[in-house]
Design a binder for this molecule. Structure first.
Ligand code: F6R
Length: 608
């Protein structure tokens, strides 16, 4: 949701800023821009569209500079356009890039307009440049002006700013949007994501909410929310640069689907031993805490919420714990009733999703036993602000559609289920069985990747349609929802999911030869009822695409049966996710959509 990068160096930075933007394009890709001190002026280039167009502009204009800021945008206020693209400027003196939303922007805009500032864009961000300029007019330095800015702005922001008259210095501010400083030798950087700086440094200072910082090639000064000079600990973050490259794959999504066996291995690594889950893997004292847990509250968004929905089945069946699950965007508006000894669980790939963070922050004032996060990004706000944490260790996920983050969240949530069950001494035999099954998961998932050939056949049929239904029962209903979300997100086919038994209560009216129905049908206690539901589809001429392991139970007239590998029943939701990911990917490939950067979307949704 917008990516910002800034550099204060002694070398030419044009290429470096563009490379950084490419790595953050997953955060937004409707326009991009750059502002750089050059010999006699600030070069200011903006392009509507992806970073490539800005790069082309840079190649044409060839600006040379050592200090600058750059931005890739996901529009919130004002349509994608060149004038709405960042950096925004005021009086050709102050240039800023911003990620976040300024909630009181109308009021501030009026105030600035009455002082004579003319607005050229429809964004909420432009006022930041004018506000800084107005403080400079009153005699403030850029650093002082940025500190003053904090008293005015309401909302979320990560800001990098430069002043035309100070060619070495950049000023940064952070509140509820990610921003970190990368430390180099005689050069310093800042970015929304360490990935953007992975080729430049592995030493980072993570700014806290309310921080303002000033960086020059040889110096970094940080001031906390009370404007007191402060230090932030240096964190070493090593990101392999191949993580940000597609390698031999056509898309990041494809690469990330095929990385899943390894990603699952990494989630399990160091967390299981013998025939049980290891102690305190969620942090010191987590095992003692788990013994007190009587109830779980989950808050998450999108795919991460689907992982939570699967886990709710596990918490109840394996650990004997009831679970309440809510969209993070809804949770705090419903005055949630918090029962005694309830554990709050948030799930997020990025750890920066604004709604999930808001849920966590709201919950901190409620009477929860503790908060626990399942997250993929160690430096994220969610990871840092939660009492307990398990990192999924899936490696950077760059495709906007979540794949390996989801399956590793499920593995992490199963580890949580087992830890909760262990703490109360529940189901020791079952726990040991699941541990053995978890160890086999990387190989079983690897096997499921071989189904691609069969799935390509289905994809060519589904790609011709405008709608699709996904069916699943019990813990496969959230997997059906995830399959439908993936399909609509990257192929733009309208897709919905239903628990199979709900079909006859309305959606059956939609079934005809143009409505493909994808069913997740592993053999289990509900499978026979599911078969009856599928017969209802058949009887109405619908094409069925069934993923299961009991082919003999169903004869298909239209559609196809895909025989899935065997795995422990409790882990089948993880396994059955894989072919649905491949299906969406192959359908999108046929339809020629922008798979890694689908229209209107961005990864890491940092606005509420
Ligand atoms: C879908 C997808 C989104 C995210 C959601 C939450 O493929 O990626 O639905 O799952 O925006 O994001 P995180 O997990 O970063 O909180």
């Amino acid at each position: 949701m917008c990516g910002i990068i800034a550099a204060s160096t002694e070398r030419s930075i044009g290429k470096l800023l563009i490379q950084g933007l490419y790595k953050m394009e997953y955060r937004g890709y409707d326009s991009a821009g750059i502002a750089m001190h050059t010999e006699n002026k600030v070069a200011h280039l903006r392009a509507l569209g992806k970073v490539k167009l800005l790069e082309d502009l840079m190649i044409n204009e060839k600006p040379k500079g050592k200090v600058g800021i750059a931005h890739t945008r996901w529009a919130t206020h004002g349509e994608p356009s060149e004038v709405n693209a960042h950096p925004h400027q005021s009086n050709e003196r102050i240039f800023i890039v911003h990620n976040g939303i300024i909630e009181n922007y109308l009021e501030l805009k009026d105030e600035l307009a009455s002082k004579g500032y003319a607005f050229t864009s429809k964004t909420d961000s432009e006022l930041i440049a004018h506000l800084l300029d107005s403080y400079l007019e009153e005699g403030s330095s850029l650093l002082k002006a940025t500190k003053q800015l904090k008293d005015k702005l309401q909302g979320a922001y990560a800001i990098a700013a430069l002043d035309h008259s100070d060619p070495n210095t950049l000023v940064l501010a952070r509140n509820r949007s990610p921003l970190l400083i990368g430390l180099g030798e005689d050069e310093n950087f800042a970015a929304s994501d360490p990935l953007a700086l992975a080729d430049l440094t592995n030493k980072f200072l993570i700014l806290e909410d309310g921080d303002v910082a000033k960086i020059s090639p040889n110096n970094v000064e940080i001031f906390d929310k009370n404007n007191k000079a402060c230090k932030r600990d240096i964190q070493i973050i090593d990101i392999k640069s191949e993580a940000a490259s597609k390698g031999d794959y056509k898309h990041f999504m494809e690469k990330e689907i095929y990385e899943q066996p390894n990603a699952i291995l990494n989630t399990l690594d160091g967390r299981v031993g013998g025939d049980d889950v290891l102690e305190n893997i969620f942090g010191e004292g987590s095992n003692n805490l788990f013994a007190k847990v009587k109830r779980i509250q989950i808050a998450a968004c999108g795919t991460s919420l689907h992982a939570g929905r699967v886990a709710a089945n596990w918490f109840s069946a394996i650990a004997g714990l009831p679970t309440q699950i809510d969209y993070a965007s809804e949770y705090r508006y419903k005055n949630p009733y918090v029962d005694k000894n309830t554990l709050l669980v948030t799930i997020s790939q990025s750890g920066e999703t604004a709604d999930t963070l808001a849920a966590l922050r709201y919950a901190k004032d409620q009477k929860y036993l503790a908060s626990l996060a399942i997250c993929n990004v160690p430096t994220s706000s969610l990871a840092r602000e939660s009492d307990f944490l398990l990192l999924t260790n899936a490696g950077p996920e760059i495709g906007v559609a979540s794949t390996k983050a989801f399956t590793t969240q499920l593995i992490a949530l199963m580890l949580l289920t087992l830890s909760l069950a262990k703490a109360s001494g529940t189901n020791p035999k079952l726990r040991s069985r699941v541990i053995q099954a978890l160890r086999q998961m990387p190989d079983i998932v690897e096997k499921s990747l071989e189904l691609k050939g069969d799935i390509v056949d289905i994809a060519s049929e589904i790609a011709q349609q405008d709608n699709a239904l996904f069916l699943g029962r019990g813990m496969f209903y959230p997997i059906a929802k995830e399959g439908a979300l993936k399909l609509k997100e990257i192929s733009y086919i309208h897709a919905e999911a239903y628990p199979a038994g709900e079909l006859k209560h309305g959606p059956l009216a939609l079934i005809d030869e143009r409505m493909p129905v994808v069913a997740i049908a592993p053999e289990h206690e509900l499978a026979e009822k599911l078969v009856s539901n599928l017969e209802e589809v058949k009887a109405r001429g619908g094409a069925l695409y069934v993923f299961g392991n009991a082919k003999e139970k169903l004869s298909l007239e239209r559609g196809k049966y895909i025989s899935m590998p065997e795995c422990d029943f409790l882990l089948t939701p993880i396994l059955y996710t894989i072919p649905l990911q491949i299906l969406s990917y192959e359908v999108a490939l046929i339809r020629g959509t922008d798979i890694d950067q689908p229209r209107n979307l961005a990864k890491s949704v940092t606005v509420e």
